[in-house]
Design a protein around this ligand. Structure first.
Ligand SMILES: [Zn+2]
Length: 324
């Protein structure tokens, strides 16, 4: 079945096609190369994502991103460093870089990024989170909660302060949770929070994806890749910032020797196909979750169009020509 889709929009991508946005030697040319390679998967706009790191490392990557004038770069997603310090919730973010939330620290980072930070993921339980959320929202920056062990009250406070998204729901939380209450149920039940999901078949089992999409509603579900440089590459060792990780033959990206996932090798076209298979929703209902819905979440628009062939039997989506 031939489809025409709006250009896809990825709110969370750490690297692509061998290029790591968190690398200390990132250049604007390398970013443009990554954006070009991403375009072949239908993605015409994205938020390159910088994970928790020292100010110097963050500033180096952010300056390179800020020099890119390509409209495909819709802003920067700053994930951390104001996250949970706990193992599991912290995921692949290094403990040494986790900080309390601070308007002064954020302002320095936003200045280095030339004002391009459009989305911040933080943990509501980080000290200083609520005043920082209020500051971010008042300056037009969107706020997501993630990498968190927040209690219901802290999630309510963050939402009341202006947080509107849960980053990669079901990941970036403790390996073991009480059956209820727990952070996943609280987020699912908080109507003010949209949710982003990593639907690569490794981060969330199919039934979890189906239940989460039903709980949030198709119109408030956003598909992200959380891809690292390994996306579009061969199995083997990669890095995200200074952190070593490995892409296995099964497509899983993990921290070697641990059970922890470290981003993905997912592409957004495959996320759409997987979500349609896992939820049973028609492809036409899933495509917006990776295009118009993330764009409208940010108050932005998608760019360009792509043609694609969809094989519902095989659950395969093949992106063809992408026009801007
Ligand atoms: Zn994360």
């Amino acid at each position: 079945m031939r489809l025409e889709l709006p250009g896809l929009f990825d709110l969370q991508v750490n690297g692509f096609g061998g290029i790591d946005f968190n690398a200390p030697d990132l250049t604007a040319d390398r970013v443009s190369e990554a954006l070009e390679r991403m375009r072949a998967t239908g993605v015409t706009r994205c938020l390159p994502t910088l994970i928790s790191s020292s100010f110097e490392q963050f500033a180096a990557s952010a300056r390179a991103l800020a020099r890119v004038s390509d409209a495909a770069l819709a802003g920067i997603h700053m994930e951390g460093p104001y996250l949970s310090v706990e193992d599991g919730a912290r995921g692949a973010h290094l403990r040494e870089h986790i900080r309390p939330a601070s308007i002064a620290d954020f302002s320095r980072r936003q200045e280095a990024a030339g004002g391009r930070i459009a989305l911040v993921t933080l943990a509501p339980e980080a000290a200083g989170a609520v005043p920082l959320i209020e500051h971010l929202v008042s300056t037009g920056v969107h706020v997501a909660i993630g990498h968190t062990e927040a209690a219901a009250r802290q999630i309510d406070d963050a939402t009341a302060a202006g947080a509107t998204l849960a980053t990669h729901l079901g990941n970036g939380c403790a390996q073991m949770l009480p059956r209820h209450p727990n952070v996943i149920w609280e987020i699912l039940a908080t109507d003010g929070l949209w949710a982003s999901l990593i639907v690569d078949g490794h981060h969330l089992p199919p039934a979890t994806v189906k239940a989460m999409v039903r709980a949030k509603g198709a119109d408030r579900t956003i598909l992200v890749t959380d891809a690292i440089a390994a996306a579009g590459g061969a199995p083997g060792p990669y890095t995200i910032g200074g952190v070593r990780c490995e892409l296995g033959d099964d497509g899983r990206v993990s921290l070697p020797g641990t059970p922890y996932l470290a981003g993905s090798a997912l592409t957004l076209d495959r996320a759409i196909a997987n979500t349609s298979r896992f939820t049973g929703l028609p492809i036409e209902m899933v495509i917006p979750m990776a295009s118009t819905i993330p764009a409208s979440y940010l108050g932005m628009t998608t760019a360009g169009t792509a043609v694609a062939d969809w094989d519902p039997e095989a659950g395969e989506l093949q992106i063809g020509r992408v026009s801007l």
